[in-house]
Design a binder for this molecule. Sequence first.
Ligand code: TRP
Length: 335
Amino acid sequence: MSSKQIVVSGIRPTGMLHLGNYMGAVKNFISMQNEHPCFFFIADYHSLTTHPNPKDLHNSVKQVLAEYLACGLDPEKCTLYIQSDLPQIPELYLLLNMHAYKGELERVSSFKEKVRTQPDNINAGLLTYPVLMAADIIIHRAHLVPVGKDQEQHLEMARTFGNRFNRMYDIELFPEPQAFNYGGELVKIPGLQGGGKMSKSDGENNVINLIDSPNVLRKKISKAVSDVTPTEANSVPSQPVQNLFDLLKVASTKETLDFYVDAYANCNIRYGDLKKQLAEDMVTFLTPIREKISDILANEEYLGKVAKLGAEKAKESADATLKEARSAIGFRKFY
Ligand code: TRP
């Protein structure tokens, strides 16, 4: 077995990747696959808590798979699979559920939040979401879990359930998974509506999706929030203006950025020109990746190969763990 730290992370099959996801989470995965044995999977079981339309489920999974591949996840370097291809995960989930208590599950903030926001659909899957996530992680005996800050409590539960299993059955099976937090050191990508972070929760016009067509990009960027032209030289840009500068940093040349930063300092910045330039540079920046996504989406054979290879590699690791877990619990075959 490799002595390197094992990485596991799950990807929710919700919608399309935007520039913020790409510069944050995805780039981080791409670099990790070169350093560690990595298991990345599309968490389609988790998405069932909100009862997706059966017609949409497969396409949502396909879309994220194609997008991650287009961004550079390499199925030869990492193990990239679909969660529902691995029956070992629900099996471990069942075993872990026997030692997961109602009280501790009800205290999880994401659960309490759902109780508030969707009181009509508080199902058992939602309550035991952290147990399924723990199973995802510890089935490969992971050490590192690259997740955003919002998942830290879930990760704490994964440690609790893994440790509890070890203690109950007097076995050293599951290591303690630690967060590999990618919030800090990465470039922050702001949204287009003047707020802090690019996020779909502030509406479709706030985000730049990887698959947005040139015309959609032009339209969204032309509507981006800016500000009045400053009247005092060298003033500090307001948040919406700083956001535009930050987006120029991603897609444009340093000369372009410097040109607009200087224009701002000299009180003769023209936001219309800036946005036109930003839109064209964003089109140039995103076109190769958009084309790659659509090529991959059209290539069912390739997607099939990727999913099959991933399922096989993940199964090997999951089977080994599950075998030990079942034996520790006391299951013996009669035949
Ligand atoms: N809950 C995670 C999210 O909402 C997705 C996820 C499911 C996950 N299983 C995981 C992340 C296992 C890391 C490890 O983003």
